[in-house]
Design a protein around this ligand. Structure first.
Ligand SMILES: [Zn+2]
Length: 296
């Protein structure tokens, strides 16, 4: 089933959706025809059929996410990618028809994630098994306090990959660079604790099909997730963050305990941190992470 997660509320609500590749392609069997020639060319170059499917599903899902915000069919949206380094048809995706909508996508073997928001958004998905919480890797990408939490965790691989997807998401929105991953400390976000966060084994996000808040969502494949789904709009409203600013530099952690200030339903998969919304979700054998810049 395709799952939906609203990353924030109010006028600027965005979406992050993740699903196994096979479910996306089963729900939208013509997804490949939505892709541009450039995208199909890239897809065709994958040697493994599975990798190709992951690419197609992710590029379809990002159109569905953008279409949800744009109230437009996914088929009418063009994804363009222009690498800032080499000018190639890769790099940060944008929607040609709606440059005001920010999008991000990621895929790993058998799973895809995509997101759309009115502000810069980055998403990532990684497999938990084999993610390698090896000491050398931990020390090169984690801050000391993060490494401590990973070592103390019941499931170090889970804690490690949660931090990894969050950092990858921050890289995608330009708040972090790959060579400085260890300089940002996310240990105080409440998202990754010494014990597995309740979010990591928490209830599945609502199914897209049952939600009343997904008007205009084209579901030609007729998604049929089990059970009724809570409204996506039921996500808690975040209280005012004391630090609307951005990251405050290396190791900067302006909001210790920066867990959500909202008092109602606990929503431990998300946190507001330094002007960003961060979220993680453990879904099947993968970890999904996302970051949204609140300031645009
Ligand atoms: Zn390039």
């Amino acid at each position: 089933m395709v799952r939906g997660v609203v990353v924030r509320d109010g006028a600027g609500t965005g979406v992050v959706w993740a699903a196994p590749t096979a479910q996306v392609l089963a729900a939208w069997p013509h997804a490949e025809s939505w892709l541009t020639e450039a995208e199909r060319g890239r897809a065709a170059r994958f040697l493994r059929g599975g990798d190709r499917d992951d690419f197609v599903a992710a590029h379809a899902l990002v159109r569905l996410c953008a279409g949800e915000l744009a109230k437009a069919p996914a088929t009418e949206l063009t994804v363009t990618q222009l690498c800032a380094d080499c000018g190639g048809p890769h790099g940060q995706p944008t929607i040609a028809e709606r440059p005001d909508i920010h999008v991000s996508l990621a895929h790993t073997r058998g799973h895809v994630v995509a997101g759309a928001d009115w502000a810069r958004i980055g998403v990532d998905v990684e497999r938990i098994r084999g993610s390698g919480a090896e000491q050398a890797l931990i020390e090169s990408v984690l801050a000391p306090a993060e490494a401590e939490r990973v070592r103390a965790a019941n499931e170090p691989a889970v804690a490690f990959v949660a931090l990894w997807v969050l950092k990858e998401s921050l890289v995608k929105i330009g708040e972090l660079s790959l060579d400085r991953l260890a300089e940002v400390d996310l240990s105080g976000t409440g998202l990754v604790g010494p014990e597995p966060s309740p979010a990591l084994g928490g209830p599945a996000a609502p199914n897209l099909d049952g939600s009343p808040n997904l008007g205009g969502f084209p579901a030609p494949g007729g998604l049929s997730g089990p059970g009724g789904s809570p409204a996506l709009g039921g996500a808690p409203t975040w209280g005012g963050s004391p630090n609307p600013g951005g990251l405050s530099g290396p190791g900067g952690f302006p909001n210790p305990g920066g867990a959500p200030t909202s008092g109602d339903s606990p929503n431990p998969g998300r946190a507001r941190w330094g002007g960003l919304h961060l979220g993680i979700r453990r879904d099947d054998e993968v970890m999904i992470g996302w970051a949204v810049a609140t300031g645009g």
